[in-house]
Design a protein around this ligand. Structure first.
Ligand SMILES: Cc1cc2nc3c(=O)[nH]c(=O)nc-3n(C[C@H](O)[C@H](O)[C@H](O)COP(=O)(O)OP(=O)(O)OC[C@H]3O[C@@H](n4cnc5c(N)ncnc54)[C@H](O)[C@@H]3O)c2cc1C
Ligand SMILES: NC(=O)c1ccc[n+]([C@@H]2O[C@H](COP(=O)([O-])OP(=O)(O)OC[C@H]3O[C@@H](n4cnc5c(N)ncnc54)[C@H](O)[C@@H]3O)[C@@H](O)[C@H]2O)c1
Length: 436
């Protein structure tokens, strides 16, 4: 009998398991795929390991004729092999880490049984409390020939890069994978079911971002709902049943993710769920008092990101079994779409009498001139206390700047306070006081 069984060994489940173990609870983690979950095996880490190569090429391209000579090319197979070398050891290390820390690591698919226990293979396990941390998987499209579409996992495993690739979806998966394929020499088209607008980002920087990708050679098609995929002699044929048709050697659906809940038998345990996943309250409790849920598998408005799952894991790790548990209180959450140019956003932009918004073109600031960044822009929202409350950035180094602004927003740092600090120059941090 365990105190806690955590179902799913992703970043959220692991953060929780280690915290509970440190509090001397008897803990088990169950995993039915690669230890460590989506982020290190199929998500953040593999994509960003490959993106590092693409970023280096773009940086060199930007300095062509300004001291650098000679064109660089991206070698897909070598880039993929590097990704494998970096990320492959993680699953084993993750499993061994659990064992070394006295956490029971059980391999197999967990299914709740009628008597409130968990069945994994032929064996039953019992705990006082269970935590569902089973994440999501790629969403499939229920269209004719939908099985001919690949997903992000398939794409990242490709040994050779097909020549003509179509991506469906204008989310981070479609946009990031399209940039990897394009940089490695494929002819890439991204098909959006909506207008060409990146949702949740400030419009001006979102439009700049798409223009950058177009300038890099990616084609975009807007307001097209693909409803049929066929295998033809010329390759895959994707069509919308009206006028639109496109041939491709390979097609990837980046159309969102589906919560991993069907296998669990949640109805038996009276755990309520919706289309977005398991329903929880502000204490991450499900409708069953003995079962909690965290991470991507939870139906929530907040973004599905590794640091959010870890935050929830840490929250439960500190609060489970604690009579004075406090409701979860999320900080502001930064969000990035990666690429050689990054799009990053944090905070709120609701303009009111209290909040004003300004757009600064930073392209000619020394920070960006030095690295020959072709476009650097920020939208900042400032309140009447002279505190930054929102920031939306496009630049090569937006991933660095967004975290500093996250800190400034979360800590409510005003211009006066910012000016009490000295930042190393020239860095993105040395520009911070210019945003007020
Ligand atoms: C291509 C891609 C790129 C991404 N890039 C980023 C990024 O740059 N930055 C970022 O912050 N986030 C990124 N994400 C999102 C990030 O990977 C997830 O938010 C994060 O992994 C969620 O963690 P989790 O612990 O909630 O779930 P997961 O990491 O999904 O872990 C859940 C685990 O539960 C297991 N499981 C499921 N059902 C069962 C069962 N019945 N029994 C046993 N085990 C089960 C699964 O196999 C899985 O290993 C990316 C995702 C993808 C797909
Ligand atoms: N940089 C990052 O942090 C990062 C990178 C990759 C993935 N992720 C996470 O992975 C998750 C999944 O990403 P995603 O891009 O698949 O999902 P998403 O939900 O962000 O975007 C899905 C896209 O698919 C489109 N779409 C929906 N139905 C469609 C259809 N029938 N045909 C064509 N297009 C359709 C939507 O309009 C949208 O543009 C997200 O939760 C995200 O947080 C994060």
């Amino acid at each position: 009998m365990f105190d806690y069984i955590v179902i799913g060994s992703g970043p959220g489940g692991l953060a929780l398991a280690y915290q509970l173990k440190a509090r001397d609870f008897n803990v088990a983690v169950i995993e039915n795929d690669k230890w460590g979950g989506t982020c290190p095996n199929y998500g953040c880490d593999p994509t960003k390991a490959m993106m590092a190569v693409v970023e280096a090429k773009h940086h060199a391209d930007q300095l062509q004729g300004q001291g650098l000579k000679g064109n660089l090319t991206v070698d897909w197979a070598a880039m993929r092999n590097r990704k494998v070398e970096i990320t492959d050891p993680y699953a084993k290390q993750s499993f061994e880490g659990l064992k070394a820390n006295g956490i029971e690591a059980i391999y197999g698919t967990a299914v709740f049984t009628d008597d409130g226990m968990l069945l994994v293979g032929q064996k039953k396990y019992q705990a006082t409390h269970y935590v569902i941390a089973t994440g999501t998987r790629p969403r499939t499209l229920a269209i004719e020939g939908g099985e001919l579409l690949n997903n992000s996992n398939d794409f990242l495993e490709l040994d050779e890069l097909p020549e003509e690739i179509v991506f469906l979806g204008l989310g981070p998966i479609g946009l990031e994978l399209a940039q990897l394929a394009n940089a490695a020499g494929a002819h890439v088209t991204v098909i959006s079911i909506t207008d060409l607008e990146i949702s949740n980002f400030q419009k001006t920087v979102g439009a700049d971002y798409l223009a950058r990708l177009q300038a890099d050679g990616i084609n975009f098609e807007a307001n097209i709902a693909i409803n049929k995929v066929e295998q033809t002699e010329r390759g895959l044929l994707l069509s919308d049943g009206k006028q639109f048709e496109i041939f491709a050697d390979y097609a990837v659906a980046g159309v969102g993710r589906t919560p991993n809940i069907e296998q669990l038998n949640l109805e038996k345990m009276n755990v309520k769920s919706g289309r977005g996943g398991v329903i929880v309250d502000d204490f991450l409790r499900t409708s069953n008092p003995n079962i909690y849920a965290l991470g991507d598998v939870v139906q929530k408005k907040r973004p599905h990101l590794t640091p959010v799952s870890v935050f929830e894991g840490n929250y439960l790790g500190a609060n489970l079994g604690n009579e004075n548990a406090r409701a979860i209180d999320y900080p502001v959450i930064p969000y990035i779409i990666y690429g050689p140019t990054k799009l990053a956003q944090v905070g709120e932009f609701d303009e009111s009498a209290d909040v004003s918004k300004k757009i600064l073109d930073m392209t000619n600031w020394y920070t960006y001139k030095r690295i020959a960044d072709p476009l650097a822009k920020i939208v900042v929202a400032i309140n009447r206390h002279d505190q930054i409350v929102g920031a939306s950035i496009i630049s090569t180094v937006a991933d660095e700047l967004i975290n500093l602004l996250t800190f400034a927003i979360q800590r409510k740092i005003s211009l006066d306070e910012m000016n009490t600090m000295i930042m190393a120059y020239p860095t993105v941090a040395s520009d911070l006081s210019y945003f007020y």
